[in-house]
Write a protein of this length. Structure first.
Length: 250
């Protein structure tokens, strides 16, 4: 049985004092869950979040990293740096980075490899645009993105990769894929992994859904056969609301 993993992606939100307060509140609300809880915070909050999350069941992730270890890359942060302060997860290839910051399937693949090199666990985002969906290309797009992202990884590394299926048209729009559609897209991703890495790897890999996940729709989404939790944007900014998503099975 795969575990459920509920991750919050704060995006470019929260100052350190707000981050500390959030973790303090959330820790009390999710202490009894058996689901995995991750908060992916901006770089400037990470150290505070890590300190505040000590002794709780909240794990901590970054939202991006560079694929090189160090060097002349002004403004960038490496996997080695994240690992050194105790970060465990890192989101890679979020559609906002693909759209606004020239992230490509190639850089996504390099970053995933660099994450593993430094002992970080990647949460890799794939998903189609509305236009691609309307043209009937959604399955091709997500299968290709999955294949290229994982290219060259070992079976063990693929098993330890979390994939987040985030249809771009559902992000921040209040539009959610129906649980049936989201589950079918995630089955496509699982089939692609099975094709390239075998049945046992495909059966183990955690695949989340992301895109307007709220406490109201979490249960319906997460109780499907293939959706293993969520990557939550807007609704992860409020500890009460986010805790209800984490505790969807209570
Ligand atoms: P929303 O939950 O705000 O739609 O964002 C989803 C997302 O992009 C999480 O990474």
């Amino acid at each position: 049985m795969r575990r459920k993993v509920i991750a919050g992606n704060w995006k470019m939100n929260k100052l350190p004092n707000e981050a500390i307060e959030f973790i303090d509140s959330l820790a009390k609300l999710v202490k009894d869950t058996k689901n995995e809880v991750i908060i992916c915070a901006p770089y400037t909050d990470l150290f505070y979040v890590l300190l505040q999350a000590q002794g709780t069941n909240i794990k901590v992730g970054a939202q991006n990293m560079h694929f090189e270890d160090s060097g002349a890359y002004t403004g960038e942060v490496s996997g080695e740096m994240l690992k050194a302060i105790g970060v465990e997860y890192v989101i890679i290839g979020h559609s906002e980075r693909r759209q606004y910051f020239n992230e490509t399937d190639e850089t996504v693949n390099k970053k995933i490899k660099a994450a593993f090199k430094h002992g970080l666990k990647p949460i890799v985002c794939v998903g189609e645009t509305l236009e691609q969906r309307e043209q009937g290309l959604a399955n091709d797009i997500i299968r290709t993105q999955t294949k290229l992202a994982l290219d060259g990884l070992s079976k063990d590394e693929v098993k330890n990769t979390i994939i987040a299926y985030e249809p771009i048209w559902a992000i921040g729009t209040g539009k959610t894929a129906t649980s049936e559609d989201a589950n079918n897209s995630i089955k496509e991703i699982r089939n692609e992994i099975e094709k390239n890495y075998g049945k046992d790897v495909a059966a183990e890999v955690i695949i989340q859904y992301g895109g307007s996940v709220k406490s109201k729709n979490a249960k319906e989404l997460f109780e499907t056969s293939d959706i293993d939790g969520g990557l939550v944007g807007g609704a992860s900014l409020d500890p009460e609301e986010f805790s209800k998503i984490v505790n969807y099975d209570k």
